[in-house]
Design a protein around this ligand. Sequence first.
Ligand SMILES: [Zn+2]
Ligand SMILES: [Zn+2]
Length: 346
Amino acid sequence: MSFCVECGATVKTIQGLCPNCFLKRHELIEPPGTIDVVKCVQCSKLQVGKAWVETDIEGAILRLLEKNVRTAREVTFRTFTFDVRQEDERNLLVTVKAVLKVDDLDLVKDFRTRLRVHGGACPTCGRKAGFYYEAILQIRADERRLSDEEIDETVGFTERIVERAASKGEAFISKMEPVKGGVDIYLSSHDLGRNIAKGIRAKYGGTVGVSPKLFGLKDGKEIYRTTHLVRLPRYREGDVVRMEGRMFEVVSMGQRPVLRDLKSGERLSPTGTKMERGRVVESERFETEVISISDKEVEYFDPAEARNAKVPRPPNLGEPAKVQIVKADNESFVSMLRREGAGKRH
Ligand SMILES: [Zn+2]
Ligand SMILES: [Zn+2]
């Protein structure tokens, strides 16, 4: 036993420091914020380092941690124990307890990392498919880049349809490629390309274009490949849009968009051409306590400004205890979106 030169604790020390102080002084572990893992969309094998292993995600976590978590030179031995929570279809939150051996003391460090699962093809399935494809599905957005969430969602949607089709016959993803502004997905059949493109449009709105291209001849027959270009709408749910001098919030997209006038509360479904005349305004929204409601105004607490503020009362508001405020172009309004939490867009 000796004592810590930093805090004076009488314990076994490392380089004159107790385990606590030593941990504070030394970055012993560098956990990654996210670990990306590829799952073969055909056979479900997971890629761990260079190997493809037949296991579920939980079975691969230890190996993934070993490959992706770096520890300092002083650490002579380490063990990980973990707990996993599925966040959504593609993301898992892993809470890890690392026991790090330095000299002959075990130091404990907790951290969290996110496991993000991507669809891909293992070499076996890739060879089997011979990088065969009939259709390219190009997913983009109108006048903007696809957001990460949109890529996650549309790729997830595509994988689900391919999985369902694969259970009835041959269907696979040959390749998936992030490109500027979106993602390209190479699919085994024309039908698959067409169905997924239509499905995405039905779910998220937007447009679909198809262009067939003569690819070559096989046994005297012409071989075509088709490109299905899906363009998601310019606006997203929750966007604030200035259109013809009025401010709207986008209540929903899909095939018929619904916009709500932030001042009058009027709801409308403008045509595509009219929508094109609008532009997205930078906005911020937050939920807050209502202080009072009169016929004309709602008084609320603005946490960012740390003071009370008033906005016009929208029709049909009722008497809620909390409201969501949306700020755009230096004006504030009561938002009527049924969106949870607060966040900043753009
Ligand atoms: Zn100490
Ligand atoms: Zn495979």
